[in-house]
Design a protein around this ligand. Structure first.
Ligand code: AMP
Length: 444
């Protein structure tokens, strides 16, 4: 199968040739004809499958062939993305695919001044890539009208809900024309996503290009059990031992990112960090430098790193496991993209056993554990498997310490260094379910 047989027009084929895309990926093979035929789409496509081209190519073709010229302060197609970086990345891909077409494209997101965006929108743009919050701001300030909108794309829809954008999505839904084409892409499909799809899509075609909730099988994954306090030391040890060249590291919190970056920089290691507290320009610069291999180690929180496409990234390290198991799939999806192989290593301490178990259950696999000599944990990480069971070692009966007869006895508190620290209960993410009422909009 070729892109030409999927019915794409010559200017798009020319752009694809320049980019070196020879054969459509499975998601592209399914999505392109369906979108060209005007269908709504509900696509479960894991990251790195080529889904951006899957929706962007037919969308560009439809906009070229059909519909009126874009009016002032309008957009003909809207692509919603959960993060600023993803919006930039999607926009860059769309612009590349559109290089021989007479269409205008633009990306808007928060964290930067709104005025240049308002100016740019004056003439209207054919394809607007946006994060939800900034889109609503622009709409409320009358910089953008959506009555000309032909197509809406929700990219990484699951992440938008995880990031708490359900209210924004409900607001945007009310701003859209009823007659439109809607394409929903999500790496994972929870009940909330299905509910959203039920409200937003019209008789959608379902596409599933990989088994649901399974990470790309081109990524070799394993776990290194370690005590929490020794994680930084283990990271540096593994880095030196494995001569890691370019690594994307995920930490749970902003403070965690900063602490690890400080530690690495203190050791003279070329590291930088991105998280939601940093200004957009700083985040983008760190990312660009990482992509250009000017930064060796990029430490990030999930918010900052979602959906990023870094060419040939060989290794992802989970310094901390994610609280939401599905994020594990997104994180390790940064490597092993477009058919390349990659590795994903998770440093796991006893506190994280329930998160490990949730990941194994979701991905239907028991992750291999590799003990690193000299880093064997004092607090054992209990055995886990894909059934979701955490197998705790039976407690050994212990003799009470001799108390010398009198005084207070600490009855029942046996100290056992081999015993597992009580694991944190797995934190179930609270996801707000969007409520799409068709009534009048609430005044804020
Ligand atoms: P995505 O899943 O959209 O983020 O795409 C992942 C990577 O695959 C990007 O670097 C794309 O440029 C690349 N890609 C997408 N489609 C193809 C294709 N048909 N052939 C080769 N590379 C592709």
């Amino acid at each position: 199968m070729t892109f030409a047989t999927l019915g794409l027009i010559e200017p798009l084929l020319r752009a694809l040739e320049t980019l070196g895309y020879q054969t459509p990926t499975p998601v592209q093979a399914q999505a392109i004809p369906a979108v060209l035929a005007g269908r709504d789409l509900m696509a479960a496509a894991q990251t790195g499958t080529g889904k951006t081209a899957g929706f962007a190519l037919p969308l560009l073709q439809l906009l070229t062939m059909e519909g009126p010229k874009v009016a002032a302060n309008s957009a003909r197609a809207l692509i919603l993305c959960p993060t600023r970086e993803l919006a930039e990345q999607v926009h860059a891909s769309v612009a590349e695919y559109a290089q021989h077409l007479p269409l205008t494209t633009y990306a808007v997101y928060g964290g930067v001044s709104i005025n240049p965006q308002m100016m740019k929108l004056r003439k209207g743009v054919d394809i607007l890539v946006a994060t939800p919050g900034r889109l609503i701001d622009l709409f409320r300030q009358n910089a953008l009208k959506l009555n000309q909108l032909q197509t809406l794309v929700l990219d990484e829809a699951d992440r938008m809900l995880d990031l708490g954008f359900s209210e924004e999505l409900a607001n945007i839904y009310r701003m859209l024309p009823k007659k439109r084409q809607t394409l929903l892409f999500s790496a994972t499909f929870s009940d909330d996503i299905r509910l959203l799809a039920g409200q937003m899509l019209n008789d959608p075609l379902s596409i599933e290009v990989s088994p649901r909730n399974v990470a790309a099988n081109t990524v070799k994954q394993w776990v290194v059990p370690v005590d929490k306090k020794r994680k930084p030391e283990l990271f540096v040890h593994l880095m030196r031992k494995g001569r890691w060249k370019q690594v994307l590291v995920f930490a749970k919190t902003r403070n965690g990112v900063d602490a690890l970056v400080d530690k690495l920089q203190g050791l003279g290691i070329n590291a930088d960090g991105i998280h939601g507290d940093k200004p957009q320009a700083t985040r983008q610069r760190a990312l660009d430098r990482f992509k250009a291999s000017e930064v060796q180690i990029l430490v990030a929180t999930d918010v900052a790193a979602r959906g990023l496409d870094i060419e040939d990234l060989p290794l992802v390290v989970n310094f901390d496991l994610p609280i939401v198991a599905e994020d594990y799939i997104h994180r390790i999806g940064r490597t092993g993209r477009a058919g390349n192989t990659g590795e994903a290593i998770s440093l796991v301490c006893a506190d994280e056993v329930n998160m490990l178990s949730a990941i194994e259950m979701l991905t239907r696999q028991t992750l291999t554990r590799k003990m690193e000599p000299d880093f064997e944990p004092e607090h054992r990480v209990p055995d886990t498997d894909a059934s979701g069971q955490v197998v705790k070692k039976p407690k050994k009966p212990k003799k009470p310490k001799a108390s010398g007869g009198g005084g207070k006895r600490n009855l029942g508190k046996w100290v056992d260094s081999g015993e597992v620290a009580p694991a944190e209960p797995s934190i179930k993410p609270v996801r707000k379910v969007p409520v799409f009422n068709t009534g009048p909009r609430k005044k804020k």
